[in-house]
Design a protein around this ligand. Sequence first.
Ligand code: HEC
Length: 165
Amino acid sequence: MTSSSLRTAYALLALAAALTSCKSHPQEPGADLHADHAGSAPATAAATAALPPAQNAVQAEMRLLHEATRDWVSAIANNTLEAIPTGIHKVHQARTATEKALEKGEYELPKKGGTLDDFKKQDEEFHDELVALLKASKANDLAATTKQLGVVLEGCTSCHTKYRF
Ligand code: HEC
């Protein structure tokens, strides 16, 4: 064997060793990605299952609103706007219970970013935006519905930062 072919043989051996150790390496990037997925799916399911019962009327309304909002994103993504009104009706029904609790003075806000009257006012304005979403979806206007969902989402955060966190 010439010295150059020896060098080639050593190089090939080294390469083979590297490839073998790579294969057996548990931390290859692909395995990492899969591990993340495998870990997050049960964690999400557990988080949903572990949700304690709603403590008050506002929480119960908010959970319905949250579910409905996720459905509205799907309705917009698939242009199936006829799915939107159902969620809005459910939220409006739950809101009646919230109004009663507020009237009776049974509800205490987690964060006092304003008075209870300020909160009621903001809630009423928000529900007007939901009515606008309902109208846009009933008119089967995809562009207007998409824009109005943006307004509704801003309403979530604007109220949460004042009264929730
Ligand atoms: C007018 C005020 C207001 C608006 C608008 C609002 N929220 Fe809330 N939200 C609250 C308050 C207050 C709480 C805290 C309730 C509590 O813990 O007593 C809350 C809590 C929540 C919760 C947690 C419920 C739980 O199980 O503890 C979710 C989820 C939520 N909101 C989703 C939304 C979404 C989605 C929107 C918009 C589409 C939205 N909210 C709009 C005031 C609002």
